[in-house]
Design a protein around this ligand. Structure first.
Ligand code: TYM
Length: 331
């Protein structure tokens, strides 16, 4: 049977890139009766300078948002990464199988090092901890956005390395990536970059909890180009095509039907239509986020239940790993 695992950083509420590129797929996999485990990866979030009260709050906002998007704790396992101490123990073991040149070439590391003067070791080994996440739960499939593919390749590499050193233990996981442009939603202000939380420009990123007015404002000021009609051509017209992608994703229409319906519109009018569609899609989610945030104790409880499910499996894997490596005295 398939074993699905994915993670998300608790950066506050989700942005539209996380949602369309990853989270929606998690919900669909869960509805298709796959075995889905989702980790809120707070240990990854301390690899860059952070504010502790914000991190704690953001863990709850993320949990509320995932629940609002349809992650159902009755069907899936949802937990906070740092509640599993076995993970960091396993991370040490995988670090010993990782090489510095291999980690240094990963694109996300190279991007983030530009933002700090001295590179924290945690930032460097970040992808090893991600591989530890995936391997510890013996995931076979990892649904992610396209930006995470190099990290998944590292996890595959570490699974193979481990298996050949210590015996067949880990499945070599497969990435599951959305078709077409949804795998990489672009920044509204710079269609040369992916939409991301770390982009400084507040207008670049739509958050699921944004008010309708703010969504309208962000979409109206999206950078497009000097052609006023609507067409879909991600290479030549990345800005407009990104809006078309978002529009088709939130309405469930094909790219072609979205473009056909927009033939009489110029970009300004089209942006209004896209904003309406996004608002309509996100409004119920926004209400649900509030609903869950007002029930913090319930969230704490369900995250604990998720953690104890995840931990059982983590303990099982780790004790086998320690045995095979010749660590300790038992077994
Ligand atoms: P994170 O928190 O940056 O993003 C969560 C998910 O959202 C996807 N994503 C996007 N998809 C399309 N367009 C975008 N603009 C966009 N921005 C983000 C990401 O690809 C991701 O799937 N390192 C991971 C978290 C992680 C993880 C794991 C993932 C930790 N351990 C184990 C999978 C398996 C991260 O920082 O994702």
């Amino acid at each position: 049977p398939r074993k699905i695992f994915s993670g998300i950083q608790p950066t506050g509420s989700l942005h539209l890139g996380n949602y369309l590129g990853a989270v929606r797929r998690w919900v669909r996999l869960q509805e298709a009766h796959d075995d889905v485990t989702i980790s809120i990866v707070d240990m990854h979030s301390i690899t860059m300078p952070h504010n502790p009260p914000n991190l704690r709050e953001n863990i709850f906002v993320m949990a509320a948002t995932l629940l609002a998007c349809g992650i159902d704790p009755e069907k899936s396992t949802l937990f906070v990464q740092s509640s599993i101490p076995e993970l960091t123990e396993f991370n040490w073991i995988l670090s010993s199988l990782s090489t510095m040149p291999r980690l240094a070439q990963l694109p996300q590391f190279r991007e983030k090092t530009r933002l700090v003067k001295e590179i924290p070791l945690g930032l460097f080994v970040y992808p090893v901890l991600q591989a530890a996440d995936i391997l510890l739960y013996k995931a076979t499939h990892v649904p992610v956005g396209a930006d995470q593919l190099p990290h998944i390749q590292l996890a595959q590499h570490l699974a193979r390395t481990y298996n050949s050193c210590y015996g067949e233990t880990f499945p070599v996981c497969e990435a599951i990536v959305e078709n077409g442009e949804a795998s990489r939603i672009l920044s509204l202000q710079d269609p040369g970059q992916k939409m991301s939380k770390s982009i400084g420009d507040l207008l670049a990123t739509i958050n699921l909890a944004d008010s309708p007015d703010l969504i309208t404002k962000k979409i109206n000021s999206a950078v497009t180009d000097f052609t006023s009609d609507i067409s879909y051509n991600p290479n030549k017209r990345p800005g407009v095509s990104n809006l078309v992608t978002i529009h088709s994703q939130v309405t469930g229409q094909t790219i072609k039907s979205v473009v056909d319906e927009a033939t009489t519109l110029d970009t300004a009018k089209y942006k209004e239509r896209v904003a309406e569609a996004v608002i309509e899609h996100l409004s119920p989610i926004r209400e649900e986020i509030k609903h869950h945030l007002a029930r913090r104790n319930e969230m704490i409880h369900l995250l604990e239940v998720g953690a104890s499910k995840a931990r059982q499996q983590a303990q099982h894997t780790l004790s086998d790993v320690k045995q095979r490596l010749g660590l300790g005295t038992s077994g």
